[in-house]
Design a protein around this ligand. Structure first.
Ligand code: UD1
Ligand code: CA
Length: 473
């Protein structure tokens, strides 16, 4: 394969974001905006990806390092003198390695761009004799974009920025510049070297390489791109719109892969879902979440960094974070799995049950109203309604261990550190402060007394007291 460099311009401040975070790191469907253009370049077969950074460069470099693991280089544009200057800084990173190399330059603030969009222009360049190929796009509202100026023979002769438009005829042009440029490396380096800042903003414009080429009598060839490639993000309104489109795209990908996704569900780019899973209305799946085959995620459930095995059911409005859920498990409705909850196969956790840093072995159950913090629950153990693992003494956290087949009666408190042995039985309402041996019964509550025929006497006395009080008023 021919060697191909991508230069992605991402040094700008993004003033209109009004954010301390650099524009290209603003999140879209769970990843920074810049992730998508960089990924598109790699997927398009670029063996060298150069990102031009400036504002917030430390954060941007750190992200690119961690996300793309050395497959991306960065160069710094110290002052933002325009897209032409940024491209020049990027091209300088090629050094002498320009022979036989094709370069695609594009902007880092267009999150909806995909490898296919870049390939389209790369292939168009290859198929033509022209030294420069660009994408073009016809849109209903061209405001704000650079316009494609063509001569009488329909040849591209310039790109004119909105502020530099000369007359109403030019303003009416609906063919605009989405911002993908492909040229041979040595040609590009020379072309960028000739740019000057004679324009409304006093900047070096990347777009000027077009007019200069045309004036030299060189061909510039345009190819029609999809409308989505030009969707640039400059403020948070556009950020929202980009995310909406991204979510739609992600949803369609899963649907084509055999996943049912219902209206209003939001799935981050990083989420993986296996075949025949159902993701119901308003469910939100984020981060490193993986949903197993045939698993149902109910209405309004929120899963962040959660791995769920096959055939599980996450019922409505459950909130799960940094946890694992086994095959065929049933969670919710209204369960809360906090970080480091590890639920094995066939576990049932029901409504208003909160777990934190707790392991529940296969087939164990906590069906109603419980707090299980710092616990280890054995196979098939049954935890009754209202059970609390008292894990915190005000200073330290302690572990509650429930061994296999144990039964914890409703409304019990287990004051950790404490162990309930295998098959043991804790009677309802017991406060367990000492270990319970295997197969033992633990019961700690005052004995009940029944006074026969006493209830009516009690009522009579209370009525008399009430009448007395009324008389005295
Ligand atoms: C640019 C194009 C315009 C096109 C539009 C498409 C130019 C002069 N104009 O305009 O024709 O229709 O994109 O979205 O190229 N950047 C730097 N360094 C700089 C300036 C910008 O790295 O000195 C980066 C920005 O971070 C951004 C990208 O280049 O990611 C585009 O810059 P921006 O100022 O947004 O250009 P537009 O006005 O949108
Ligand atoms: Ca822009």
């Amino acid at each position: 394969m021919a060697s191909q460099t991508a230069i992605i311009l991402a040094a700008g401040l993004g003033k209109r974001m009004k954010s301390a975070l650099p524009k290209v790191l603003q999140p879209i469907a769970g990843r920074p905006l810049l992730h998508y253009p960089v990924r598109a370049a790699l997927e398009a077969g670029c063996d060298d990806v150069v990102v031009v950074v400036g504002h917030g460069r430390d954060l941007v470099e750190k992200y690119l390092q961690s996300a793309f693991d050395g497959r991306v280089r960065t160069v710094v544009q110290e002052t933002q003198r325009g897209t032409g200057d940024a491209a020049r800084v990027g091209a300088a990173a090629l050094g002498d390695a320009t022979g036989g190399r094709t370069v695609v330059v594009f902007y880092g603030d267009v999150p909806l761009i995909e490898a296919a969009d870049l390939r389209l222009v790369l292939e168009h360049k290859k198929a033509s004799q022209a030294p420069l190929a660009i994408a073009t796009c016809v849109v209903a509202d061209p405001t704000g974009y650079g316009r494609i100026i063509r001569d009488e023979r329909r040849k591209v002769v310039a790109i004119r920025e909105q502020r530099d438009l000369e007359n109403d005829d030019q303003r009416a042009i609906q063919e605009i510049n989405p911002g993908i440029y492909v040229a041979d490396a040595h040609w590009l380096v020379a072309a960028l070297g000739e740019l000057d800042a004679k324009n409304a903003q006093g900047e070096l414009y990347m777009t000027d390489i077009v007019e200069r080429a045309a004036k030299r009598g060189e061909d510039v060839t345009g190819i029609d791109a999809r409308e989505s490639v030009l969707f640039g993000v400059n403020d948070r309104v556009q950020l929202f719109e980009a995310e909406k489109r991204m979510h739609r795209r992600i949803r369609a990908k899963h649907q084509r892969n055999g996943v049912t996704v219902r209206g209003g569900a939001l799935i981050d780019d990083s989420v993986e879902i296996e075949v025949d899973a159902h993701v119901d209305t308003n469910a939100v799946l984020r981060g490193a979440t993986l949903i197993g085959e045939g698993t149902h995620v109910g209405v309004g459930a929120v899963l962040v960094d959660v791995v769920v095995g096959p055939g599980a059911v996450i019922k409505p409005y459950s909130v799960l974070e940094k946890s694992r859920v086994g095959a065929r498990a049933q969670i919710g409705p209204f369960s809360h799995l906090r970080p480091e909850s590890e639920l094995a196969d066939d576990v049932h956790v029901g409504n208003f049950v909160e777990t934190k840093k707790t392991k529940m072995a296969a087939g164990s159950k906590a069906n109603h109203l419980a707090y299980l913090g710092d616990g280890i629950v054995g196979e098939r153990a049954n935890i009754g309604a209202g059970t609390i693992f008292c894990n915190y003494d005000g200073v330290q956290k302690h572990t509650t261990t429930i061994e296999k087949d144990a039964f914890i009666g409703s409304d019990s408190q287990l004051v950790a550190p404490v162990t309930v042995g295998a098959g043991a039985y804790v009677a309802t309402g017991t406060t367990v402060t000492r270990d319970v041996p295997a197969d033992a019964l633990a019961i700690a509550r005052p004995k009940q007394e029944n006074k026969e025929g006493y209830a009516s006497k009690l009522r009579a006395r209370m009525r008399a007291q009430k009448e007395d009080a009324a008389k005295r008023k």
